[in-house]
Design a binder for this molecule. Structure first.
Ligand code: FO1
Length: 310
């Protein structure tokens, strides 16, 4: 059976990652996760996308938000609020344990890849989850209202309301690929781009030079994060509009042109598949909405079977 590496970031990416992990044998699926959203907060190195994928694979994720933990409590956070501390980024008690443990392990000198593997082991996850690099490469958003701000301030503190003029991945030129991640990527037969934000979740991963070099030789399939003219979650549709482009699945495919061989889009965008096919990209129209494990597994199975035939 073909081996898969899935690129993921954000809640949408984590949903499909969960679906893939439930339908593929553990040794046939590895995840490479965006770390451009990472930031230091309260002296803790926070890795939201790694934690969101980890919790989704562990099944202890918060179903309502998609991020953070199930059955969370907010005792510590409410004390911070009483102190008028910095509380724009919500840290639940269970989630805080992950941040504290990651920080302890990083401070002991372990790489983010090693730390992620240790946290996954504690969460009884059988799949390999790799950060895209062990180096700190925060995504910086250039906004009209506040100038350059780190991703979490754009996304959470300002609810992605600021107008995005530009963005860049700080120090990405020096970002190295961990040997274990390189091995998994070289060994795989298929690369699946999960339905994540192209600019803020997928392109940071592809901006790690060695990743895009290896991926250039692999069969890649992307799943559209845009359904109809909307993003299920996050700023993808808003960013298209700010760029003067009408959000659509086709416009996502256009961003991946030259990289992907296949593209999976929702039936709400079925009229766009002909043009996509015209670019030499093979498209699959299906229901891409993931609301529960059944729909995550169904989409994962369809994407895998589609990609396997390319
Ligand atoms: N997203 C929010 O909208 N508000 C929050 O307070 C928040 C806290 C948070 C804590 C831990 C974590 O792993 C994720 C968290 N997120 C929060 C989501 C996070 O900002 C986004 O999911 C990703 O960075 C987007 O890719």
């Amino acid at each position: 059976m073909k081996k898969v590496v899935a690129l993921a970031g954000g809640v949408g990416g984590a949903k499909l990652a969960r679906g893939l992990a439930r339908v593929l044998p553990n040794e046939n699926l590895s995840l490479i996760v965006n770390t451009g959203d990472d930031f230091d907060h309260f002296g803790l190195h926070i890795c939201p996308d790694l934690d969101t994928v980890m919790y989704n694979l562990a099944g202890n994720f918060n179903e309502l938000t998609g991020w953070g933990r199930k059955d969370e409590t907010w005792t510590c956070f409410s004390e911070l609020e009483k102190m008028n501390s910095e509380t724009w980024f919500r840290l639940g008690d269970r989630d805080l344990a992950t941040h504290l443990e990651r920080n302890r392990l990083l401070l002991s000198g372990k790489s983010l890849t090693e730390v992620t593997a240790m946290l996954c082991k504690e969460n009884h996850i059988a799949n390999d989850i790799f950060p895209m690099t062990d180096d700190f490469v925060p995504t910086i958003i250039t906004t009209e209202e506040y100038g350059d701000i780190p991703f979490q301030e754009y996304f959470v503190k300002y609810h992605f309301e600021p107008k995005m003029l530009d963005y860049h991945y700080q120090d990405i030129k020096n970002a190295k690929l961990n040997p274990q991640t390189r091995h998994a990527l070289k060994e795989c037969d298929l690369v699946i781009f999960c339905p994540s934000n192209p600019w803020l979740s997928i392109f940071p991963i592809l901006a790690v030079t060695e990743i895009s070099e290896i991926i250039g030789k692999k069969t890649c399939v992307a799943v559209s994060p845009i359904v109809g003219k909307q993003a299920i979650k996050g700023p993808a549709a808003k960013i298209f509009t700010e760029k003067g482009t009408v959000p659509s699945a086709k416009e996502v495919a256009r961003l991946y042109r030259g990289i992907i061989k296949g593209f999976v889009l929702d039936q709400q965008n079925s009229d766009e598949s002909e043009e996509i096919n015209g670019w030499g990209i093979i498209s699959l129209v299906t229901d891409t909405i993931m609301t529960d494990d059944l729909s995550k597994e169904r989409l994962a199975r369809e994407v895998f079977e589609f990609a396997s035939k390319l």
